[in-house]
Design a protein around this ligand. Structure first.
Ligand code: B12
Length: 204
């Protein structure tokens, strides 16, 4: 009787061990809207679920912003984030670790530490916008790079730094790098903009 009981209890445990469980990755998430950041300027780490779509859903719960998805022949399509619906050659696209995947967001499996960026994009003959990447060089200096859909980085020449949404500083550099240095700014975040590109992440 005891053996039968053990078999009864153990069997489902074995089955459970064999069924792959969708992982819940802890990922950085940022959502850049048409005119402002919708979520996570400094790319906070959140429980993003299994893929780039669940990460967006998780961010929308934390940030209380609107997400609408439509069922299409390619799968689930995010046709509105926040205020603006996709229209014509504009809409919502995403990158994971700086690269634009060639498939829907539900198909892109996430791993701990990945960075998911969703953003408003206007497409033209030259494709979509580049996304700006801000990094620190030294104590108060920042480098701004523009990243294409393949993740390739080039200097974001002419980019402007914004300190806490107020003071602005032009980056220097004509070919090799776009770097700008700012004054002490305790408690304020710095980020970069450049016409035609998606605003950067924010750094202290
Ligand atoms: C225009 C376009 C867009 C526009 C859509 C603007 C709008 N008005 O909604 C924008 C630039 C926003 C876009 C975004 C993306 N796109 Co797109 N897009 C196209 C394109 C060039 C034409 C689609 C179209 O207008 N069809 C004509 C209309 C009448 O048919 P429709 O079924 O109503 O079309 C709608 C859907 O296709 C939907 N849609 C557009 N792209 C995608 C991508 C996915 C994965 C899904 C589920 C739906 C979807 O938007 C269209 C307009 O409403 C196609 C290429 C092609 N020739 O089909 C690629 C294409 C569909 N896109 C693709 C991809 C990968 C994406 C992105 C996932 C890219 C990314 N990394 O972010 C995102 C979608 C992310 C999200 N929001 O969920 C791939 C899909 C591949 C696949 N097998 O999954 C395609 C086939 C291009 C390619 N060859 O790589 N796209």
């Amino acid at each position: 009787m005891f053996r039968r009981f053990c078999l009864f209890v153990a069997a489902p445990a074995v089955v459970l061990a064999l069924v792959p469980v969708a992982s819940a990755a802890r990922v950085h998430v940022r959502v850049e809207g048409k005119t402002r950041t919708i979520f996570g300027a400094s790319q906070p780490v959140i429980e993003g679920g299994a893929n780039a779509l669940t990460a967006l859903d998780a961010a929308s719960v934390l940030g209380e912003f609107f997400v609408h998805r439509a069922a299409t022949s390619f799968g689930p399509y995010v046709d509105q984030l926040g205020r603006y619906p996709a229209l014509g050659q504009t809409g919502w696209v995403f990158k994971v670790n700086g690269v634009s995947p060639p498939v829907g967001a539900d198909q892109v499996t996430l791993h701990d530490g990945d960075t998911v960026l969703w953003y408003w994009a206007q497409f033209g003959v030259a494709g979509g916008p580049k996304t700006l990447v801000l990094s620190r060089v030294g104590r108060r200096c920042y480098r701004v790079q523009a990243q294409d859909d393949n993740g390739r980085l080039t200097p974001a020449l002419g980019a402007v730094l914004h300190v806490g949404g107020g003071r602005t500083v032009r980056t220097q550099g004509a070919t090799q790098a776009a770097v700008g240095c700012v004054r002490r700014h305790p408690g304020l975040l710095v980020r970069a903009t450049l016409a035609g590109a998606v605003r950067s992440n924010a750094l202290p």
